[in-house]
Write a protein that binds this ligand. Structure first.
Ligand SMILES: Cc1cc2nc3c(=O)[nH]c(=O)nc-3n(C[C@H](O)[C@H](O)[C@H](O)COP(=O)(O)OP(=O)(O)OC[C@H]3O[C@@H](n4cnc5c(N)ncnc54)[C@H](O)[C@@H]3O)c2cc1C
Length: 469
């Protein structure tokens, strides 16, 4: 079989897909990953070199394939990175490495497959700028003919919230904290306001603490909810009793999860076990919900789901607790009403929940509202061209790109593009839970199988339950 598959984007998803293709494919197959960064498997999440940015689950749960069983954990414990990081080992024996370590390991797996596999693997250090008739054109002007193309681009830069538009370009506004050295301009005693209270806020607070910042930090979001802490210790997985009839609505699932959490608590078991089980079955559950119920989930339940599902490393959680305890960090539920320059500082007008409007004057405002997934198709030239040509469209939930159940993209008219796929989180409107590593790795493997025409383990094998209306 002679075939050329081009993967556009070599973050975790694109690299994982290339590794799976190398493991499952055979001679004659050529796989090219187009990625402008000099190293693969970095992307937004794993390109950070800040020692304060840790993986938010134990290393033993970070993997490329379901059967690896702690391969990264073993590699990491043997690496100089572990020896140099005296905080990586937590008291329960789990390790939470700096995030870049994981990218390094995945890149190493790619290089090993490149040497070992009969499949020809290549990393092209370039940016794809257009795709027409199976020909990918790159920023350097090269053209590459592909039989199949996979889009593996997930996280656009954050968008500026509407109420901060008045500050666009202000030198004290840090609109994208993921830019290298974004926080280096923050002075030791600067008063800081952080818009958002999720994972990116946790990263930012940990970085500020790491660089010796001593000024006040006020983090706010509408609900003021912080990501919860990971479970410490070893527990058996818990599995819901899926034989129990279940109505496929967001409200019914909320009721059901509450019941299960109460049941677990009665057995002295933590809620995290129930949420982890739901997450493992998340894709199957999501696909039983109608589009309306999916919308309802996103509108009403997503903020709660996110803070319970996306947790933080215990080291980061301890830091946040310490800073809150000392009064340096305050986290509040408030809506931002207005923002303006105030003699070189910034004045924010906040409407706290259940309290009177108040003003907050700070030296820096940092936006941590996360990637603007709803604007993905407008975030860069290639996706814009494909959308403008009607080749792809945004999904109806504004989470990424519209795909069918085989991860093939759909044209503006809803027709299937048989040779243009999406891998990773940009496909999550179709599949539901597709952001954490295990699910992204599993999706990359499933797309690899589709591309090679190899059947996947059946849905029933992976998800042994049926839901009834
Ligand atoms: C800050 C952060 C921290 C996270 N931490 C964890 C964690 O601790 N544990 C966990 O399980 N999950 C975590 N996640 C979730 C998960 O790991 C990510 O969602 C996953 O890494 C997705 O990566 P990706 O490759 O799909 O996308 P991206 O990271 O967006 O990578 C896309 C790549 O495509 C490239 N690219 C873009 N446009 C083009 C183009 N036109 N041509 C060529 N290349 C292009 C970019 O350079 C980039 O490298 C985290 C996510 C984020 C954002």
């Amino acid at each position: 079989m002679s075939k050329h598959i081009i993967i556009i984007g070599g973050g975790f998803t694109g690299t994982a897909l290339a590794v799976h293709l190398a493991r499952l494919g055979s001679a004659g197959l050529q796989v090219t990953v187009i990625e402008p960064r000099p190293q693969l498997a970095q992307g937004v999440a794993y390109s950070t070199s800040d020692p304060a940015h840790r993986i938010n689950v134990p290393a033993s749960r970070m993997q490329l394939a379901g059967d690896e069983d702690g391969a990264f954990d073993r590699w990491y414990r043997d690496s100089p990175g572990f020896k140099a990081d005296r905080n990586a080992l937590w008291s329960d024996g789990n390790v939470y490495p700096q995030r870049g370590q994981f990218g390094r390991w995945v890149n190493e797996q790619f290089l090993q497959e490149k040497k070992r596999s009969a499949v020809k693997l290549q990393h092209l250090c370039d940016r794809a700028v257009s795709l027409r008739d199976g020909v990918v054109t790159t920023a350097s002007g090269e053209k590459y003919q592909a039989d199949e193309v996979v889009l593996a681009i997930s996280h656009p830069p954050p968008a500026l919230p509407g109420s901060l538009k008045t500050l666009q370009g202000h030198e004290r506004l840090i609109a994208d904290p993921w830019q290298p050295d974004a926080l280096s301009s923050v002075k030791t005693h600067d008063r800081v306001a952080i818009v958002g209270t999720g994972l990116t806020m946790s990263d930012v607070v940990a970085s500020l603490h790491g660089q010796g910042h001593l000024g006040s930090i006020t983090a706010f979001s509408r609900r003021g909810q912080l990501p919860r802490t990971n479970l410490s210790g070893q527990y058996e997985n818990r599995t819901l009793d899926y034989r129990q009839p279940q109505v496929a609505s967001a409200r019914a699932w909320l009721r059901r999860i509450r019941q299960e959490v109460a049941r677990a608590a009665a057995e002295d078991l933590p809620w995290q076990l129930v949420l982890d089980d739901i997450r493992r079955q998340g894709q199957a559950i999501w696909q039983t919900l109608s589009l309306n119920e999916q919308r309802r989930f996103l509108r009403h339940l997503r903020p709660w789901w996110d803070v319970h599902r996306y947790r933080i490393a215990p080291q980061v959680s301890a830091e946040l607790n310490q800073l809150q305890g000392s009064g340096q960090l305050s986290v509040t539920a408030a809506r931002l009403q207005a923002a303006k320059d105030d003699n070189g500082s910034i004045r924010l007008t906040l409407q706290p929940r259940g309290a009177a409007i108040e003003d907050l004057v700070v030296d820096r405002v940092i936006v941590t509202t996360g990637p603007a997934h709803g604007a993905l198709l407008n975030s860069e030239a290639l996706l814009r061209q494909l959308a403008d040509d009607g080749v792809i469209q945004a999904d109806p939930l504004a989470l990424g790109i519209h795909v069918n159940a085989r991860s093939q993209t759909l044209t503006a008219q809803g027709k299937t593009n048989l040779h243009l796929y999406v891998a990773g989180p940009a496909a999550r409107a179709r599949f539901g839970e597709l952001m954490g590593l295990p699910q992204v790795a599993e999706h990359a493997e499933s797309v690899a199988r589709q591309l090679l025409g190899i059947s996947s383990p059946s849905h029933r094998e992976r998800c042994p339950f049926s839901l009834t209306d």
